[in-house]
Design a protein around this ligand. Structure first.
Ligand SMILES: [Zn+2]
Length: 396
């Protein structure tokens, strides 16, 4: 049963698939035919319900659909992703067909409207994302990129060359599709890391100009609230947009270390073997597995390998108090030998032993555990460690 709790836990997943826009050297190729007429109005204006018919289109090994006026970006992204796809094909001996979609802000809004296009996603502009589904414009997987990543506030702090960064993120998005095709995506954190390992393999071999991205966040990136990879592991998108991007850079670095001395297929085999269990283990288990694959990884990652900075949530009396509008989260870590049942808003779910779950809620709301303890959402996310101190901590 997919219950409310697990759905809430995925609400912010969109932030993970962050990316930007781009435009690099235009290689206008006369062999690419633009089939659709160029339009200067957003999708909805025409009353057309199929976006693929309204967007301009360029044929090719990777068909690209794009907002009119952004042909240059579309063709550049198409070319760079074809090169990346060829690399992945060769290295993992597998081929993934996909469409590329490059949208400006207006068309993005139409495209991600689930009511209009069920196969779209709710990811906000201008964060690139990918979908492994087969319901895209050409009935296959797709990658969506923004036409102008500079529209994101503070984006200039992420890289000196934002177009180059978006191009780089497109490799990450394609990495998601390959990881999915190879049945590797077992959790949010590992899913991001797998996508990065694909990306890093290509960048290491073919894009010296992008090596700077593999070294972690740029020096000008401001320090962030959440600084442990365990924080990102547990909170994922709930760390906030900018902090999320900071972690993406850290995962770039981690992935690059993992693949530094090995082939892509070797690393994939090691990771699949280490994380074949579908339950969600705590971060220290994941860290230990990665350390076994690459001894010295923890030392190289430095402060990123520190314990989570999430504050502990204390059990409270169950009052049923209403919540505010602000979004918050509780990470429930079950270190006991028995499954624990959580109840939230009349929905319940079980958390397996030595596993965890993230629940999204509002400050003031509470999650009940089966011993009858309640944990209240605070303004900031917190971690519930079970078994807790039980009633001794409840106070008067
Ligand atoms: Zn991603």
């Amino acid at each position: 049963m997919i219950d409310l709790l697990s759905k809430l836990g995925r609400v912010t997943r969109a932030w993970l698939r962050m990316t930007g826009s781009m435009a690099f050297r235009i290689v206008a190729c006369c062999s690419i035919g633009v089939l659709a007429s160029l339009l200067s109005f957003p999708l909805a204006a025409s009353g057309e319900t199929n976006p693929a018919r309204l967007l301009a289109r360029a044929k090719g090994r990777v068909p690209v659909y794009y907002s009119p006026r952004f042909e240059a970006q579309a063709l550049k992204y198409q070319k760079t992703l074809i090169a990346c796809q060829r690399w992945y094909d060769r290295k993992v001996r597998k081929h993934v067909d996909f469409d590329l979609i490059v949208l400006n802000k207006e068309d993005w809004g139409m495209f991600t409207d689930k009511n209009m296009y069920p196969w779209g996603a709710e990811y906000p502009y201008p964060f690139p994302y990918s979908q492994p589904s087969v319901n895209g414009p050409s009935r296959r997987a797709f990658v969506v990129l923004p036409a102008h990543f500079e529209d994101l506030t503070d984006a200039s702090g992420f890289a000196d060359d934002l177009e180059l960064l978006v191009e780089n993120i497109s490799y990450h998005e394609l990495g998601h599709l390959y990881a999915k095709a190879m049945e590797m995506e077992t959790s949010e954190f590992l899913g991001e890391m797998y996508a990065d390992i694909f990306m890093a393999s290509f960048v290491r071999a073919r894009r010296r100009d992008m090596h700077v991205f593999l070294q972690g966040p740029p020096a000008k990136f401001q320090p962030q609230r959440y600084s442990s990879l365990a924080d990102f592991f547990y909170l994922y998108g709930d760390v906030g947009v900018t902090n999320n991007i900071w972690f993406q850079f850290q995962l770039y670095h981690l992935s690059d270390v993992l693949i530094r001395d090995k082939s892509l297929l070797t690393v994939i085999a090691e990771l699949k073997n280490a994380f074949r269990d579908s339950t969600l283990p705590p971060f220290n288990y994941v860290a230990a597995q990665l350390e076994a694959i690459h001894p010295g990884l923890g030392a190289e990652m430095g402060p990123l390998w520190q314990p989570t900075t999430l504050p502990d949530a204390r059990p409270n009396t169950c009052t049923g108090k209403a919540g505010s509008d602000k979004h918050s989260a509780l990470v429930v870590q079950n270190a006991s030998t028995k499954a624990v049942t959580l109840t939230f808003k009349a929905m319940s779910r079980s958390v397996a032993p030595n596993s965890w779950a993230r629940i999204g809620g509002h400050p003031g709301e509470q999650v009940r555990t089966d011993p009858g303890l309640c944990f209240v959402f605070q303004d900031e996310p917190a971690i519930v460690r079970l078994p807790s101190q039980q009633r001794a901590d409840l106070g008067p």
